[in-house]
Design a binder for this molecule. Structure first.
Ligand SMILES: Cc1cc2nc3c(=O)[nH]c(=O)nc-3n(C[C@H](O)[C@H](O)[C@H](O)COP(=O)(O)OP(=O)(O)OC[C@H]3O[C@@H](n4cnc5c(N)ncnc54)[C@H](O)[C@@H]3O)c2cc1C
Length: 230
């Protein structure tokens, strides 16, 4: 998105992605109303909504067997009064396809940043590993958008602040049956939570467990592993 906005402003920009594609399973699906508003302001919304997606105007959960509404988006002061469900890779492919229409935008796949270059204390560029060998790219601005294990952040010596998280989520797929009920966001039962995302012919499921308890709990682990491959 930063690359898109910079290229739209006429700034030459190179986005480096270490993988050959954006396919990451068990990633975000929800495109929130605020993001859709941004797409609208960028003039991309109409095209965006032509991509396969589901629109959820209300979120419901089933708490101890009872369906309860937990969020109603219809009153939001935004263009789209819903969450769009779309796999993250479709969203990124859409965004990069449109960014490539700007003459100053380049997306280089299979280009992994392995280090930064410095002029004394100032970061001047990145060293990149590619299938055709290593290269160095100089730039006035380096944006480290390389995820939670960011090499850019580490090499720049930026300190990471850990806010702590109380939960882990086990992600798995469960095949969908024709008579499955309509999507609910989640099922709460006896202190346990299962999140369900409708992916067409299967459910992407997230089972919430206490942080760090995965390795301690053999039964949870074998259940998760067996479901993962169903
Ligand atoms: C299971 C799960 C579910 C989520 N659900 C949602 C959701 O429903 N809605 C939502 O809004 N958010 C969701 N999120 C959060 C969302 O996925 C993240 O906030 C978002 O992906 C972070 O974006 P990012 O660009 O900072 O990092 P990432 O998405 O991690 O992107 C980093 C990119 O950099 C690449 N990269 C890494 N290292 C290098 C390197 N050295 N050189 C070049 N490229 C590199 C990676 O391959 C990757 O493509 C979810 C996250 C998870 C894990």
């Amino acid at each position: 998105m930063a690359g898109y906005l910079l290229a739209r402003a006429g700034v030459p920009v190179i986005v480096l992605e270490k993988h050959a594609d954006f396919f990451r399973d068990f990633r975000g699906d929800t495109i929130h109303p605020s993001t859709l508003q941004l797409m609208y302001e960028l003039g991309l919304l109409e095209e965006f909504l032509k991509q396969p997606h589901q629109e959820v105007h209300e979120l419901r959960a089933v708490i101890n067997g009872q369906a309860v509404p937990i969020a109603d988006f219809t009153k939001l002061p935004t263009r789209c009064k819903f969450i769009a469900f779309m796999p993250q890779w479709d969203f990124l492919n859409f965004l990069s396809t449109h960014a490539k229409k700007f003459p100053t935008f380049q997306l280089l796949m299979e280009h992994e940043v392995v280090d930064l270059t410095f002029d004394q204390q100032r970061v001047t560029g990145v060293r990149v590993k590619t299938p055709r060998g290593e290269l160095e790219i100089c730039a006035d601005l380096i944006i480290g958008a390389d995820g939670r294990h960011s090499i850019v952040q580490a090499r720049a010596g930026l300190e990471r602040q850990d806010f702590g998280v109380a939960i882990d989520v086990l992600w798995m797929r469960i095949a969908k049956k024709q008579d499955d009920p309509q999507q609910s966001l989640g099922y709460f039962q006896q202190g346990k939570l299962l999140v369900l995302l409708d992916r067409g012919d299967y459910w992407q499921c997230g089972f919430v467990i206490p942080k760090g308890s995965f390795d301690d709990n053999q039964s949870t682990r074998s259940a998760a592993i067996s479901k993962r491959y169903r």
